[in-house]
Design a protein around this ligand. Structure first.
Ligand SMILES: Nc1nc2c(ncn2[C@@H]2O[C@H](COP(=O)(O)OP(=O)(O)OP(=O)(O)O)[C@@H](O)[C@H]2O)c(=O)[nH]1
Ligand SMILES: [Mg+2]
Length: 455
């Protein structure tokens, strides 16, 4: 018996995986082999648990539908909050479309899979019916390029979404006491050099990775309510276009924390797009003033008004934090990895310690979304951390998963603990920077009497 093989290329598989995190795909049905009919589909795909439909058309679109529910020809309208429609093309980022709130995801009839907006195997033929707005809303051109004829249709069983490690790979105490302890450590931090008043941490990462949201989240967690001082949101181009140095207050009207978070424009893979590497070097050396407007085609010059000539140790970056979206780890292109490598090389030369934040762990793994305390038990999150460690040449010990506040109205203790753990590490790494400074220069400033808080 010949083996039925998937039509998905390696690149398409990666994009598909980025839509729902840790999962293996098991091919159940291939229309060109088993028949482009509803009966052939149901014969192989009924009662299989979570499945994903992968449809191919001549315009080069690969698109379909995921459901966590069974097909069983019950005739019922099936509600499934996890269901989504998607489209992946060679050029664009994957498109993921969630259902319209309150509407059923699909009709579980004896027809081809019917998601309202997309009906597959329509009239038992290699074609779809497209009705955007019915249960799902999308732009038809972006979903399938307006090409309704299918060249292939595959259905995969999605397995292994719920894998948990027997033991977490890092131990975190998820208690109110721990949260308080972390807050105290951060608030009482004092650099080991008398003239330096705070740690200055630089956030660098691809467009939309969650750099601005990280500052907003730390600010909110310390303020005790949601804040959105830094503009955050989704777009193809970076929403942050200015260099910003943010201070944080310990509670409303409280004192300023000994931490400055520096937010930057997103990195893009092309040479003349996004944050420029020369600008990163100038920021690290303390030459870039707050509110400097980034210009990808023309990095900051010494003669520009945004250039700070009189630099002290207070202006220099003490820790560089790379921010990467956990859902997009497998989509990091060789060009983007090269850019990271070039930045790391420059940062190493400046003697600045580096950390990596893996954001959006909630979007990347459903069991983490359900309960954030699973973050170090999720097989998928650990796998992504290892992949990043290898791809970027950063030790696993320097990689910290976090969840930023994105759509919630209330603070959450577990979210705060994970965020504060990341900040604690940034302060520890900043200490390493101060210890690396030229001893002769720094001895002049180093306090003999100051005692560091015990961490
Ligand atoms: N679910 C979830 N969403 C997040 C998280 N972090 C950020 N987001 C969302 O991701 C989107 C992009 O976040 P930003 O903070 O604007 O990302 P950025 O890195 O500052 O992006 P640019 O400034 O455009 O380069 C926003 O819609 C955030 O709400 C997270 O941990 N979980
Ligand atoms: Mg931003």
């Amino acid at each position: 018996m010949s083996v039925v093989r998937s039509n998905l290329s390696k690149e398409q598989q990666k994009k598909l995986h980025s839509l729902f995190g840790h999962a293996t795909l098991h091919l159940l049905y291939k229309a060109s082999v088993h028949g482009f009919t509803a009966a052939a589909f149901h014969c192989r795909c009924d009662v299989q648990g979570p499945t994903i439909i992968v449809a191919y058309n001549n315009a080069g679109f690969v698109f379909g539908a995921y459901t966590s529910k069974n097909y069983s020809q019950s005739g019922q309208a099936i509600h499934d909050q996890e269901a989504f429609l998607y489209s992946i093309t060679a050029e664009n980022k994957p498109l993921r479309v969630a259902g319209i709130t309150g509407q059923a995801a699909f009709t579980d009839a004896a027809t081809g899979p019917n998601y309202g907006a997309l009906v597959f195997l329509h009239e038992d033929r290699p074609q779809i019916q497209s009705n955007p707005g019915q249960a799902f809303n999308f732009n038809a051109a972006a979903m399938h390029g307006g090409n309704l004829a299918l060249t292939e249709l595959e259905v995969y069983r999605v397995e292994g979404l719920g894998d948990l490690l027997a033991k977490p790979w890092r131990i975190i105490q998820w208690t109110a006491e721990r949260k308080k302890e972390l807050m105290n450590v951060i608030q009482s931090y004092k650099p080991d050099i008398n003239t330096v008043h705070q740690a200055r941490v630089l956030l660098v990462g691809p467009v939309g990775a969650g750099k601005s949201s990280f500052f907003n989240s730390i600010n909110s967690a310390f303020r005790g309510n949601m804040t959105s001082q830094a503009i955050a949101g989704a777009g193809r181009k970076s929403l942050t276009t200015q260099f910003r140095t943010y201070t944080i207050k310990a509670g409303k009207g409280g004192g300023t924390l000994p931490l400055i978070l520096c937010d930057t424009m997103g990195l893009e893979e092309d040479a003349d797009a996004g944050l420029d590497i020369d600008d990163i070097v100038n920021i690290c050396k303390g030459h870039v003033k707050d509110r400097y407007q980034f210009s990808p085609s023309a990095p900051l010059q010494e003669t520009s008004p945004g250039y700070n000539k009189d630099v002290t140790l207070n202006d220099k970056i003490n820790c560089v934090v790379y921010v990467v979206d956990t859902c997009k780890v497998s989509l990091l292109t060789p060009k983007m990895l090269d850019k990271f490598a070039a930045i790391r090389k420059k940062t190493n030369l400046l003697g600045i310690p580096q950390l990596l934040l893996m954001t959006k762990v909630d979007e990347a793994c459903p069991i983490v979304a359900e309960d954030l305390t699973n973050v170090y038990r999720s097989v998928y999150i650990q796998k992504m951390a290892r992949e990043l460690s290898e791809g970027l040449g950063i030790p696993l010990s320097c990689i910290i998963p976090v969840k930023n506040y994105s759509d919630e109205l209330d603070l959450n203790q577990d979210t705060d603990i994970l965020l504060f753990t990341a900040v604690e590490q940034m302060l520890n790494y900043s200490d390493s920077f101060f210890e690396n400074q030229d001893t002769e220069e720094v001895e002049l400033y180093r306090s003999n009497t100051h005692i560091r808080p015990v961490l």
